[in-house]
Design a protein around this ligand. Sequence first.
Ligand code: NAD
Ligand code: UFG
Length: 333
Amino acid sequence: MKNILVTGGTGFIGSHTCVKLIENDYNVIIMDNLSNSKAETVDKIEQITGKRPLFYKADMLDTSAVEKIFQENDIFAVIHFAGLKAVGESVQKPLEYYSNNLTGTLNILSSMKKHGCEKIVFSSSATVYGIDNKAPYTEDMPTSATNPYGYTKVMIEQILHDLTIADADFSVVALRYFNPIGAHKSGLIGEDPNGIPNNLVPYIAQVACGKLDHLRVFGNDYDTPDGTGVRDYIHVSDLASGHIAALKYSECNKGFRPINLGTGKGSSVLEVVKAYEKACGKEIPVEITPRRAGDIATSFADTKLAEEILHWKAEAGIDEMCADSWNFTLKNL
Ligand code: NAD
Ligand code: UFG
């Protein structure tokens, strides 16, 4: 069985990917410092799959801790989720974001090189399309960013690209996620942010269960069908399957390859609210407020490349994503 090191494996997307990896007969080794997740997630992954991943509570900034994992295990490939991800916080704490995301990634790459591990699947983001491109986004569009978090993704993609030029044996797939939502069907793992959520669906979930009063809709004067922001929401389990496809691709292809993971369809804020109301059987009170700084009108993926080269396509629609989010919310009140 191939050993896959999953950095950030107890996090939202990482935990769903660990489940899929185990279901696809990979041996999972998780490294996470638990800065934004809980150790119990390892138990939940075991409960779902019947197999317990090996877990290292370790910080990727700690070079000797990273090195120890590579010394103790023969790592076939790395799926690299670990990172700080809050856009607003990154504007307040740029040094922390650059240090954690960039230095952490460099540490992992150094250990990979030292131990002859040459395959990595990296968590990039649709945020690298910046504000000047027009949806649907294709992978050949120029990348840019508007905040430190986004720049860490642009810069890490550049580092990875440079690495594949210097070392022709390296295989890098940079997966550009659109808006992952939903949860595992079991309701055991899902998205559980600390404090008041920044993202739309976790916020709606807290309104639906009465923890928050109402949703503020950030602007209804965009150039979109109902005036509210349009995004490409993708079920986290579909996203997780995309990583298995990317891993298989990296086994037979070298070089740097950025690939979008989205559904190719956009939903507006008000459409998501409707779908969530259907899922939870309650009304979600909304207030229209001014636009949020930095938001764009419309973002959705061109999915042709993923279909062509990964043979992967997202399956779940927005109703199923909201139903699974609500199931997780109810089971974790
Ligand atoms: P998450 O916060 O749930 O998971 C990230 C994990 O990384 C957490 O468990 C955290 O504890 C861990 N981590 C952070 N810094 C670490 C460090 N120094 N050492 C070890 N572990 C560390 O986030 P997520 O939503 O699962 O996102 C995973 C990846 O996907 C991130 O890189 C994120 O930027 C990227 N991404 C997420 C989204 C999204 O909307 N969720 C969209 C695009 C890209
Ligand atoms: N929105 C609201 N009210 C809220 C929260 C969000 O109206 O309380 C709106 C936003 O204005 C936007 C849409 O809902 O139109 C989605 O917003 P999110 O914050 O959920 O997601 P974003 O598209 O802004 O950003 C997310 C991640 C980024 C990532 C990007 C692309 O937060 O890190 O998706 O993957 F880069």
